[in-house]
Design a protein around this ligand. Sequence first.
Ligand SMILES: NC(=O)c1ccc[n+]([C@@H]2O[C@H](COP(=O)([O-])OP(=O)(O)OC[C@H]3O[C@@H](n4cnc5c(N)ncnc54)[C@H](OP(=O)(O)O)[C@@H]3O)[C@@H](O)[C@H]2O)c1
Length: 354
Amino acid sequence: MGLHPLKEVLSTNKQTLRNSTAEQPFVAVFTGATQGIGSFALLELCRSVAYLQIHLLARTPTSPTVVALIAQCKNLCPNVVFNVIQCKDLALIRDVDAATEQILRFERGEKEGGKGKGRVDLLCMSQGYLTFEGRKETKEGLDTRYSLIYHSRIRLTQNLLPLLLQSTHRGGARIISVFSPQGEKQLFESDLSLRSASHYNFTNTGSHVAYLKTFYFEELAKKYPGKLSCVHYFPGLVATGTFMNATLPLWFRVLWTLLRPLTALLSVKREESGARILYHLSENFPARGEECEGVALASDGTRGGGAYRVNYDNEVFPCKGDFERLRREGFAERAWVYSNTAVEEIARNGVFTG
Ligand SMILES: NC(=O)c1ccc[n+]([C@@H]2O[C@H](COP(=O)([O-])OP(=O)(O)OC[C@H]3O[C@@H](n4cnc5c(N)ncnc54)[C@H](OP(=O)(O)O)[C@@H]3O)[C@@H](O)[C@H]2O)c1
């Protein structure tokens, strides 16, 4: 059953999300939600909230999948308003910038000459794809997959920060990044971008993302107490199209197809997956504030510390690997500087080589 049974998750979500009105809709930005886990969270939000404003980034807004998803959302929540924004490639920081600019303009109200405050209550990011291929450099100098699961998400966070800080959601705005917080193993401190062929692989990318995102989210939570709660969430095994994408070897796709009855049994179900993501909007995962009992333990060991590494069942992961040494040696500051510099240099010069 676990510490957070689905029944509790569903009833908490209902409580947490009951306050939206036509004047004060719940405002959410979804990236990587045109299919898969992100779309399950989007659908669950539409099931749970009465008035919604959704900003949905999509590679092809007019694709049948996106059109069908929006229709399903409207069916579940007649008062949902969609702002669908084309973002051709989320791995490109300049595409992220163009898309977030549109959200900022929309939320600040073009009619008011961009002077409206606007707000975002939830930024939910799940872009990515499963691949065992080698490093695939974007024209901006990042690895494509690494950028999707890390750098693009840092840029989305940076750009939307002014709107997130205006959130009226109880416990602060939520930044939820769906990937794998528990992957910390090796960290190549002199090659954070994993440029060396001997450093780059599937496991090491996951490991770098686990370390960097933990430190980055902790820093954000400290900088904006009471305002921002950041969650790095591991969804468990969820049967999505990612296991059949064209970059995977044929043997893998054949095996996945053959094992489908078994994986269907072992997978977290779609509705449960969506509901467990939304559970992070509850008071159990608050922005940093006074330490208090009864809420989740943040990754820095503070109860209610504002930055959480969470397993599929909503239990937090302890920090293992080299975290203790890295904290002692002040690596958090380096993680912050590296992450900001990478995306800011691309925005300025079009490329990052560090
Ligand atoms: N499924 C699992 O069991 C599992 C387990 C652990 C971690 N994860 C992680 O969870 C996240 C979501 O996984 P999922 O299973 O939901 O994957 P999915 O079904 O393949 O969905 C991936 C999403 O990312 C988008 N995307 C991929 N590349 C993009 C790009 N270059 N530009 C813009 N959008 C892009 C896709 O857009 P399109 O619709 O346009 O393709 C889609 O919306 C991933 O980061 C994955 O690594 C998944």
